[in-house]
Design a protein around this ligand. Structure first.
Ligand code: ADP
Length: 376
């Protein structure tokens, strides 16, 4: 049985404006599910509906098989960790962690064991008497996580918990959350972020949300899958562009021919490029978009027998282990592309290069921006 299940879930605020429409999704026991998407697509609203902090205006939410739509938050066996920690400033770390258990009338000895065990696991044992004001941001967030752990919930809900931390602490706390999750037993976790790196690092399953642009602007699911599924097999141009950094390059073109091994596309840049995708959903003459990730392009020598675009280097960014080269290329209408090359690039501005676009690295999106299935 899935631990959390949402069926046709909807949310409209009092003005009648739908912000979430028809969300269907299951989160299994011990699964770490990340809600990812651009700002305003409804991630927090969806999380708060699971927590019981927002009403559900349509559809059904079940936790461990039980309908929860109208169950009060305290009775859902969920614990939430917020971006701003939400600690009680006048209470010590110990009291903050013990508070929920005291409210639930758990006996003192049990509370003490649970608080001390969670504190040890979060390296907070030396800080139990301190007030939140005397803690760093990372320590405060660990207290908030500890407060969730002691309640032994069925579901952990995280609402952008790392956003207020600096870069180094973000990575450290992220690793901590991943470690703790493995110790959660059957509990599932739902984690909201707009940061795809965080999502890729933590998730068993990513739910990528988008804002519908052609309708009323409500949030809906763009794709659900394991992180590498979304990376290798994006369902649409939106998913392809959202997952991966730098972003996938997109080049418009028309289908020239289709055979069993893939499709041939004439790009507006003038080049003809082959892609190993299933062409059954398109026909010759149809407008499509070719997509290639920066990390899947490489420099080709003059003698290399590969499909490529000739380009002029416009900018080189040296990143240490790799370089990003921004180029302008094409024999007809030039387009801007970014390639990520291994090592430190010695290319200079205005240098002429040949960039290879291997057929099996190319994605193709139809005229409605849906991806054609890639052939393995
Ligand atoms: P995200 O977490 O993805 O950034 P939110 O869930 O916070 O997005 O918000 C989704 C949409 O719902 C936004 O367009 C936001 O303006 C709207 N919204 C959020 N809360 C309210 C509210 N109380 N009343 C009306 N609209 C709201």
């Amino acid at each position: 049985m899935a631990s959390i299940s949402l069926t046709n879930v909807q949310k409209s605020y009092v003005n009648g404006h739908a912000v979430i429409r028809d969300v269907n999704l299951e989160v299994g026991k011990n699964e770490f599910c990340v809600f990812l998407g651009p700002s305003g697509c409804g991630k927090s609203t969806l999380l708060r509906m699971i927590a019981g902090l927002e009403s559900i205006t349509g559809g059904e939410l079940r936790i461990d098989g039980q309908v929860m739509n109208d169950v009060e938050p305290a009775k859902r066996r969920v614990a939430m960790v917020f971006q701003n920690y939400a600690l009680y400033p006048h209470m010590s770390v110990y009291e903050n962690m013990a508070f929920g258990l005291r409210q639930a009338k758990i006996d003192k000895a049990t509370i003490d064991t649970k608080v001390r065990r969670a504190a040890a696991s979060l390296q907070l044992d030396q800080l139990l008497e301190r007030r939140p004001a005397a803690l760093s941001g990372g320590q405060r967030q660990r207290v908030a996580i500890g407060r969730a752990i002691v309640r032994e919930p069925g579901v952990f809900l995280f609402d952008e918990p790392l956003s207020n931390l600096d870069a180094a602490l973000r990575v450290q706390t992220r690793t901590e959350i991943a470690r703790l999750h493995r110790e959660f037993g059957d509990a599932s976790a739902v984690y909201v972020t707009h940061d795809q790196i965080e999502a890729m690092a933590l998730a068993d399953k990513i739910v990528l949300l988008q804002t519908d642009t052609n309708q009323s602007g409500h949030g809906s699911i763009a794709q659900i899958g394991a992180p590498l599924d979304l990376y290798h097999r994006p369902a649409s141009r939106f998913v392809a562009g959202f997952i991966g950094s730098p972003k996938m390059n997109f080049l418009p073109g028309i289908v020239k021919s289709i055979d069993e091994g893939g499709v041939e596309i004439e790009l507006t840049t003038g080049e003809i490029i082959r892609a190993r995708v299933d062409g059954r959903q398109v026909s010759p003459g149809m407008q499509v978009t070719l997509g290639v990730r920066p990390e899947h392009m490489r420099l080709a020598g003059e003698a290399d027998d590969v499909q490529s675009i000739r380009c002029s280097v416009r900018l080189v960014e040296h990143m240490g282990e790799h370089s990003y080269i921004h180029v302008e290329g094409g024999s007809r209408t030039p387009a801007m592309l970014i390639a990520k090359l291994a090592g430190d690039s010695h290319l200079v501005r205005d240098e002429q290069v040949r960039l290879a676009l291997p057929a099996n690295a190319c994605h193709v999106f139809d005229n409605r921006d849906f991806a054609l299935r890639r052939l393995d």
